[in-house]
Write a protein of this length. Structure first.
Length: 413
């Protein structure tokens, strides 16, 4: 295993092993989307949300590993993490029962795998939970719990990790690590410890922004791809290929295309129209998580619009569409405010108001609207948001780090 070293400053792109690793994200998003389609009790939805965040944390940790070590990343680590994530995905359909323990064990193993490959004196500042294992402890406890309280332990573990991600700045982590190292260096050393070489200073590991942005964008592409799959699958089983079905499919497809443009082509980490350098890495990761949850919720409901396009949708589908759209709009608006982009307040309003208004409209009036109209309502709101915010941000187009796409491939041994 190669020691962790700061990533190269030159522009680089995802390697073939990293793209292969992302196949497990395709499977994970597909399984979660299918679970969300069913009208389940809110307790099951909450467990599914916690499971998805756990899946995302492990994916993001492995992505950070590849980002920081570049060509030094071990294929063994990528493939073993992929296997662990595969077990987690396979456990999801029965996660409310027999397979919960398997999911928890796989998550713990995955977190321990990705916490090990770092050299002494190295501190990951972009994604601190890669090295912090405090949030894993509740998951370990849950392995021996038989009743539903194990899911509370999972939620506590997720909350601890997100708290670290939100509050632990890179400077603070480096300073604390240096203090611990100084105490070790000052302490008397005996026996084997005398032969161990210790660094005298802590190295802060910051990743390649282009590569990180591309990896985030690829995850969002996978989510949007699941939306396309949902539409095709719904059209395939439809008994009547008529005008209503065509209108419903076209509206949902237009919505996905608009999301692709403002989230991937013109956005950063999936956040609509956000310049690449607006937020630090830790904040981008948080935004990426919120966007991923919102869009998975949204695209999981799109297939439902094609089942009975001439009839109103049920309240479950309406809630999914509304929460997904509102969550995405609010997350993007908050990112512009936090990043203080040009005309941040106006841009946030331009993105947030139409998306939230459309979400509220769908939620309040879905019983009196045809399913075929809902996709168009959301697509129109997103078009208005993109046009107004884009005009406010007018100037040289900001090509986010993901804009270049995966052009180059590096050989990985």
């Amino acid at each position: 295993m190669s020691d962790a070293t700061p990533a190269s400053e030159s522009e680089r792109h995802a390697t073939w092993p990293e793209l292969f690793f992302d196949l497990v994200a395709v499977a994970g998003i597909s399984v979660v989307a299918h679970q969300l389609e069913a009208n389940q009790p809110w307790q099951h939805v909450a467990v599914l949300a916690v499971a998805f965040v756990a899946f995302w944390i492990l994916w993001a940790s492995v992505t950070t590993y590849g980002n920081l070590l570049a060509d030094g990343a071990s294929v063994a680590v990528l493939f073993s993490s992929m296997a662990v994530l595969g077990i987690m995905v396979a456990s999801v359909p029965e996660i409310y029962g027999d397979h919960a323990r398997a999911f928890a064990i796989a998550y713990v193993v995955g977190r321990l795998i990705i916490a090990r490959p770092w050299s002494r004196g190295s501190v990951v500042v972009d994604m601190p939970i890669v090295q912090a294992t405090l949030g894993v402890i509740p998951w370990i406890v849950s392995i021996w719990i038989e009743d539903d309280s194990r899911y509370v332990w999972w939620a506590v573990g997720i909350a601890l990790d997100l708290w670290v991600l939100l509050t632990e700045s890179g400077e603070k982590r480096v300073a604390h690590a240096q203090q611990r190292l100084n105490r070790v260096l000052a302490a008397p050393r005996r026996g084997r410890d005398r032969s161990r070489e210790l660094p005298t200073s802590v190295t802060a590991l910051a990743g390649d922004t282009t590569h990180r942005g591309e990896r985030m964008a690829l995850f969002i592409l996978i989510v949007l791809g699941e939306g396309i799959v949902q539409l095709i699958a719904a059209a395939e089983v439809s008994e009547h290929w008529n005008r209503a079905l065509f209108l419903a499919a076209l509206g949902a497809f237009a919505l996905i295309c608009e999301l692709f443009y403002i989230a991937v082509v013109r956005g950063t980490a999936g956040l609509a129209l956000l310049p690449a350098d607006a937020l630090p890495a830790r904040a981008l990761w948080v935004g990426h998580l919120v966007v991923a949850v919102s869009l998975v919720t949204l695209v999981a409901a799109l297939g439902q619009l094609l089942e009975e396009p001439s009839e109103p949708v049920n309240s479950h589908t309406a809630w999914m569409l509304a929460l997904g759209m509102a969550g995405y709009g609010l997350a993007s608006a908050a990112a512009h405010l936090a990043g203080r982009t040009p005309h941040a307040g106006a841009v946030a309003a331009a993105i947030g108001f139409p998306t939230v208004a459309a979400a509220a409209w769908v939620l309040l009036f879905h019983e009196s609207l045809r399913a075929s109209a809902l996709g168009w309502i959301l697509a129109l709101a997103l078009a208005v948001a993109g046009a107004c915010a884009g005009r406010l941000l007018a100037g040289p187009q900001h090509a986010g780090p993901q804009h270049a796409g995966p052009r180059k491939r590096r050989a990985t041994h």
